[in-house]
Design a protein around this ligand. Structure first.
Ligand code: COA
Length: 257
């Protein structure tokens, strides 16, 4: 529902604020759809100079809504989550993220497609795809091994290990570590607002240049991951893991060979 994504405008800055705290900002199809629409409009609106993504001061997002994954798994490139991630991937203006508390699954993946990321000391990032019987998504299987080396990326993507804000900074996933959620949001807002003092075309040209190397390869990997992710979501392994989450019990993969 649209009240789960608040859209705020302050001068040339457009802020998308996730607002579903009772479910730790878990992302539903409707929320992805709304965010895709807002990003596409912001792309066309020359008065928007930057976008800020946040979940507020206590929680970024717990990732895709698990009930949605079970009841209405995304099917193909026209689904809401793909439309949102494609809009983010293709967004020509700077995207800044403010991350406090949990940033799970796509909540971490999407940070790899932002330009500036500010994290709180209490941030907890995690990509538990294999733990859910799934696989990496939206380029993380290419980007993370290149950024961190295979061994470290394997801890994150195969084991689903979590890491904090300090580690995100040390690994180059984040720009700055702040003491708490309020300071993180304030710093991200300040930096995002700063883009309106810069030469707009120079910013766009520079972002395009920085994102260009390897872009077609990344696009191909995103397609391959997307197709596999869709298959895996419908697999018995994923069904077991997702039902286990809803039933608040550990997943039991012993039945699978
Ligand atoms: N989808 C749907 N509901 C979710 C959710 C998700 N991704 N994450 C949390 N929730 C719901 C919980 O079911 C709970 O709902 P309830 O109050 O109706 O029972 C509520 O949000 C609070 O979650 P809870 O787990 O009690 O909070 P916590 O502070 O103990 O833990 C997290 C927070 C984010 C660490 C934990 O909820 C979590 O690991 N979520 C799953 C994330 C996940 O696997 N996402 C990846 C999808 S690829």
């Amino acid at each position: 529902m649209s009240e789960h994504v608040l859209v705020e405008r302050e001068q040339g800055l457009l802020t998308l604020r996730l607002n579903r705290l009772d479910k730790k900002n878990a992302l539903t199809r409707a929320m992805y759809g709304r965010m895709a629409e807002v990003l596409q409009q912001a792309e066309r609106d020359a008065s928007v100079r930057a976008v800020l993504l946040t979940g507020g001061e206590t929680c970024f997002t717990s990732g895709n809504d698990v009930a949605d994954f079970i009841q209405a798994p995304p099917s193909g490139p026209d689904s809401e989550v793909f439309r949102f991630m494609r809009a983010l991937f293709d967004f020509s203006k700077p995207v800044v993220a403010a991350v406090s508390g949990p940033a799970v699954g796509i909540g971490t993946t999407l940070l790899l497609h932002c330009d500036l990321v500010y994290v709180s000391r209490d941030a907890l990032l995690k990509m538990p795809f294999v733990n859910l019987g799934l696989c990496p998504e939206f380029g993380s299987s290419l980007i993370l091994p290149r950024l961190l080396g295979h061994a470290r990326a394997a801890e994150l993507l195969l084991l689903g290990e979590s890491f904090g804000g300090e580690q995100a900074l040390a690994w180059g996933i984040a720009n700055q570590l702040l003491d708490d959620g309020a300071a993180t949001l304030a710093r991200a807002r300040e930096m995002a607002l700063g883009f309106q003092r810069l030469a707009p075309s120079a910013v766009l040209d520079s972002k395009r240049l920085m994102r260009a190397p390897g872009r077609e390869e990344l696009r191909r990997v995103i397609e391959e991951e997307g197709a596999l992710f869709g298959q895996r979501l419908r697999s018995p392994e994923a069904m077991e893991a997702l039902s286990a989450f809803m039933q608040r019990r550990p997943a039991d993969f012993s039945q699978f060979v």
